[in-house]
Design a protein around this ligand. Structure first.
Ligand code: SF4
Length: 562
């Protein structure tokens, strides 16, 4: 029998603001096994990880039991916990930029665990580990700083830092959210091969089904279904698990089905089933009594002999919506864009003669492996980076003018483009409530009429509701939100501006499948109003479900794939 490395018994976590983020969570994890916890943003998945590592905010209450190698972690001193974190329990965090110290090179960041635990330092081991993670020119790249690495590369550095000491448990919180499918597969295969016990937190059900042994489905801080991967993916029994399965992008270009409503406010204690407001099968009993986890399912339907048989639903959203704009015209044109990083000794250009044309209401998807230049392409199109050669036109206006050897940048008209950046936290003002960030474009210098604050709050609340964030009232600040919620706030800010062109870099990388499905629908709805978009993502299947045409960026070249 395999050794139990980690065992949770009735673990509850209550934040200082009385949010009950985890409610009586129990599971166990054995050596060599991988347990995946799946669920929407805000369902409590990351809180479980942080509770195990004792990385919760000051004043948070943990009750119940967390046994690590038969040693109780609830109530352990911070000094003892520090000896366990990093070497005996590895952690791969969701946001690799936030996890890195920006003034240390990536190499020194990974080496930090050696220093912290007083271990003998082996520089070559880090370089070799980077290479095995698929980082090209690893020796040169290692000396660079986090902002010089792409999100995908940095996430691989995080995985290196977490796994290099062969800990007995690795907790991976969305470890591959910034990686393309092939790279994500190879990296997870690498992690699983380490023979540690893996607690994998992910919203990517298809990824989970390839690597995990068991799945625990988390909703509103509770486990609502647990079982083997085969059982859960083929015969999901809880209505919430069924909804998650329906929201997975299917091959064939159909929009997945979003789940309406949102996770309830976890400050309100209720005796009803927490999923009842969104459940199509709810009964009288569900409103009076919360079901317990019996035979792996927490649902009153389980009491009956005939459980609902899950069938994938055909998405009603695929009914085509009529465009509301009259004329389709060229809004953006890229002509022969090339770019090479001058400070790098890497010979290959990152972009090599890129041509692209975008029309009103058109959505173009660009996929490609991590580090292939997708983000660089968007930065050039938005005017943040300067290309070595080539021209960009917004309508008939050039974005660049060449005067002799000098490049003079002519920014497009205000409000012509809006960007959704890859890192949602750093693209929001931490001091502002989110209603202010969402409606910020209304206060731009070129806007003639500026709405009142009360009107801005109302509009923000409506947009939040449309994006499945009705539990937020707009007064929250980014630090109070999950990464996925911040990502949707950034998307809403771009949609609110109704620009001619939206440039979105991995806009759904931190979203669970149901939230991502809702965002795909929003993109489609706004495209019908005439907004053109370039969406960069490593999720080719997701892009395929809502983009009009798709391109792949590889070796600096852009090639059309559909
Ligand atoms: Fe739906 Fe009732 Fe089951 Fe809750 S207990 S998931 S409301 S059927």
């Amino acid at each position: 029998m395999k050794k139990i490395q980690l065992q949770l018994k009735n673990l509850s976590v209550c934040y200082p603001d009385k949010t009950l983020a985890c409610d009586k969570i129990s599971f166990r994890l054995e050596t060599g096994k991988c347990l995946a916890i799946v669920g929407e943003s805000g369902s409590g998945k990351s809180t479980i990880a942080r509770a195990i590592l004792n990385l919760l905010p000051k004043g948070t209450k943990r009750t119940g039991s967390i046994l690590f190698n038969e040693k109780e972690l609830v109530g352990i001193s911070e000094k003892k916990m520090r000896q366990i974190r990093g070497t005996r329990i590895g952690f791969i965090s969701q946001d690799p930029y936030a996890a890195c110290n920006p003034v240390l090179s990536v190499f020194r960041h990974v080496a930090e665990a050696w220093h912290a635990h007083g271990l003998t330092f082996v520089p070559d081991k880090i370089i070799t580990a980077f290479s095995s993670m698929g980082i090209r020119h690893s020796k040169e790249q290692a000396g660079r700083y986090p902002h010089e690495w792409s999100g995908g590369m940095l996430q691989r550095a995080e995985i290196t830092a977490a796994s290099i000491h062969h800990p007995s448990v690795i907790i991976a919180d969305e470890p591959t959210s910034a990686l393309d499918k092939d790279l994500a597969d190879s990296i997870l295969r690498l992690i699983v091969s380490l023979d540690s016990a893996i607690l994998l937190i992910s919203h990517d059900l298809s990824l989970v089904s390839d690597f995990a042994d068991d799945i625990a489905v988390c909703y509103a801080g509770q486990l609502v279904e647990m079982g083997s991967v085969t059982r859960i993916t083929n015969h999901p029994r809880h209505p919430y698990t069924q909804a998650l399965m329906n929201a997975v992008c299917k091959k064939g270009g159909l929009l997945p089905e979003p789940l309406s409503g949102s996770v309830p406010d976890l400050k309100q204690v209720s005796s009803a089933c927490s999923f009842a407001p969104r459940c199509r099968y709810k009964m009288e009993k569900c409103l009076n009594e919360a079901p317990g986890l019996i035979q792996g399912v927490a649902c009153h339907l389980n009491d009956k002999t005939g459980l609902q048989q899950w069938e994938p639903t055909i998405d009603l959203l695929n009914e085509s919506k009529e465009p509301t704009f009259n004329e389709s015209k060229l809004v953006l044109e890229l002509i022969g864009i090339s770019k090479r990083f001058k400070e790098s000794s890497i010979a290959d250009p990152i972009l090599d003669g890129i041509n692209l044309a975008l029309k009103t209401g058109e959505i173009i998807g660009v996929c490609g492996s991590s580090g292939s230049g997708k983000s660089t392409l968007l930065k050039i199109v938005s005017g943040i980076e300067i290309p070595d050669t080539g021209m960009i036109r917004y309508g008939s206006d050039p974005l660049w003018k060449y005067k002799g050897k000098r490049v003079i940048r002519c920014l497009p008209r205000n409000g012509y483009t809006m960007s959704v950046f890859q890192n949602p936290y750093s693209s929001l003002d931490q001091r502002w409530p989110i209603w202010r960030s969402i409606t910020e474009p209304a206060m731009a210098a070129h806007c003639k009429t500026r709405p009142s604050n009360s009107h801005r709050k109302l509009v923000a609340a409506r947009l939040l509701k449309n994006a499945g964030l009705s539990q937020l009232n707009g007064l929250e600040r980014p630090s109070e939100l999950s990464v996925g919620q911040c990502q949707r706030v950034c998307i809403l800010r771009a949609l609110f501006a109704k620009p001619a062109v939206i440039l979105a870099d991995e806009p759904t990388s931190a979203l669970d499948v149901t939230s991502a499905a809702g965002i795909y629908k929003l993109f489609k709805d706004y495209a019908c109003q005439g907004i053109a978009m370039i969406i960069v993502s490593h999720d080719e299947t997701g892009l395929h479900s809502f983009c009009d045409s798709m391109f792949r960026l590889s070796g600096g070249k852009l090639s059309r794939i559909c």
